[in-house]
Write a protein that binds this ligand. Sequence first.
Ligand code: DX5
Ligand code: ZN
Length: 225
Amino acid sequence: MSRPIRIAPSILAADFSRLGEEVAALDQAGADWIHCDVMDGHFVPNISFGPEVIRAIRPRTNLLFDVHLMIAPVDPYLEAFAKAGADLISIHAEAGPHAHRTLQAIKALGKQTGLVLNPGTPVSVIEPLIGDLDLVLLMSVNPGFGGQSFIGATLEKIAQVRALIGDRPIALEVDGGVTAANAGDCARAGADTLVAGSAVFKGGALADNIAAIRRAAEAARGDWV
Ligand code: DX5
Ligand code: ZN
């Protein structure tokens, strides 16, 4: 099965005073997905934005909205994010005791499902849920902020998840501290979808930064393609 490399810029690193324009610019610059980092100041020590911001930027692109919910509890807010325009909704395995029920609720809303693992959470957590997933997201930083350094131990987890996924149509996304310098390592280990905030928005043209990450990943990806 061929698995194209996807680049999913995180709008957490965008200019919030021009978020609509920034999303449109990402579309023009060759982004594959738009990664929307939702933070509640409770599950993570930072607050970002909610469903109304997702609704506001929705008309600016047709790209898939990859909504990363760093919130707890999750269930009360799923419908609002689904109606606001989320296409794929990812929840943290650590956000509550009922991940299976939450994933069922996301599917019932007609959206794709993702499960996110923090750096300290073992891959085995995915096993009972693998049949309900469209995406696995591995955090390569502790969630809450952009601009952090990539946690190298994530590479082994990527390889473990790649083996677990096998030939299932499940995307393997990595999020946090991803740059053109480590994108090749991530792809070689088995990641097919790369989130990048600072590496896309901080310095240089968006299109050049996205292309540099993509080029590095495509040049290195392993034999899992
Ligand atoms: C962190 C977020 C990441 C982050 C990525 O909690 O989930 O998506 O914004 O930003 P960089 O690429 O700058 O680490
Ligand atoms: Zn994220």
